[in-house]
Design a protein around this ligand. Structure first.
Ligand SMILES: C[S@@+](CC[C@H](N)C(=O)[O-])C[C@H]1O[C@@H](n2cnc3c(N)ncnc32)[C@H](O)[C@@H]1O
Length: 260
């Protein structure tokens, strides 16, 4: 597929997704037709009753960027409201919200979305993550990451000729073997896990917004499927890596298209 964006025009904006400035820089006056994002998960700081950290070593490790921990679920709810209200101001009225989360994050995210006029949970897209735990007859999958598909309106009924909506996928952390190439982000998502969502909830040429780009799996999937990616990331190193990734991906897609 020919990339619709020239490589040098692609970039990830280094910005805080709670603030409006990054969205203006990423989108200008364009409104995105899909929000597809993977915000920090609702991971809580481990504390003893007295307030001390429960396990300082583990806390130190997990607190290294780009992993964020929250003191309480209430803090996570406030965080979700802050970024979601900035992000939804840059969407078309029909744009669905696809928000990846761990199981603890579902309620705070749904509450924030409802408060912003998105009351309909159309469904949960479940990623059964392949583990290395297996024997000859059995394979263990772990489910702790789901993508909530949320909208202002209920899903329209499917017509008899329509394809069914995909609500589950099975895949390993890095089935395509590309996580390391793009920095080995702890929350890397493989293309095969994201592809059904991008295809179902956007059309070629649409702008797809990701305010928490990480290593860029979501904007890169959008680009590979002929959408226009717009993205933000708060960590400057990761924002730079994503810019590099998008430009490389656009070049590779263009080469692939010209070889056909
Ligand atoms: C769960 S990770 C995203 C991983 C990404 N989907 C990937 O495949 O690599 C969340 C990202 O959000 C970034 N982040 C955290 N708080 C942010 C904020 N307020 N604004 C923008 N980015 C933020 C973190 O640095 C982290 O890279």
């Amino acid at each position: 597929m020919t990339s619709i964006s020239p490589p040098e025009s692609l970039r990830c904006i280094n910005a805080d997704s709670r603030e409006p400035a990054g969205y203006r820089a990423a989108l200008g006056d364009t409104r995105a037709a899909l929000l597809h994002t993977d915000p920090p998960y609702c991971l809580l700081t481990r504390r003893r009753k007295g307030g001390d950290l429960r396990d300082t070593r583990a806390h130190k490790k997990i607190d290294q960027n780009p992993i964020v921990r929250f003191e309480t679920v209430r803090d996570y709810r406030a965080f979700s409201e802050a970024w979601l209200s900035s992000a939804t101001a840059h969407l078309t009225p029909d744009a669905p919200l696809i928000i990846w989360t761990n199981l603890l994050g579902k309620e705070p995210i749904l509450t924030a979305a409802r408060g912003l006029g998105y009351p309909h949970l159309r469904g949960e897209y479940v990623w059964g993550k392949r583990t290395t735990d297996k024997n000859a007859n059995e394979q263990t999958l772990r489910v702790y990451e789901v993508a909530l598909v949320i909208a202002r309106t209920p899903a329209p009924p499917l017509a008899p000729g329509d394809l069914p909506t995909v609500w589950a996928v099975v895949g390993g952390y890095d089935d395509e073997g590309e996580a390391k190439r793009w920095g080995g982000h702890p929350h890397h998502k493989p293309f095969s896990v994201l592809e059904p969502l991008v295809r179902t909830y956007s059309r070629p040429g649409d702008t797809v917004l990701d305010p928490f780009a990480g290593s860029g799996s979501m904007p890169s999937a959008a680009l590979r499927l002929g959408r226009r990616p717009a993205c933000l990331e708060i960590e400057p190193e990761w924002a730079e890596r994503v810019t590099h990734r998008l430009r490389e991906t656009a070049r590779e897609e263009a080469q692939r298209a010209s070889a056909r």
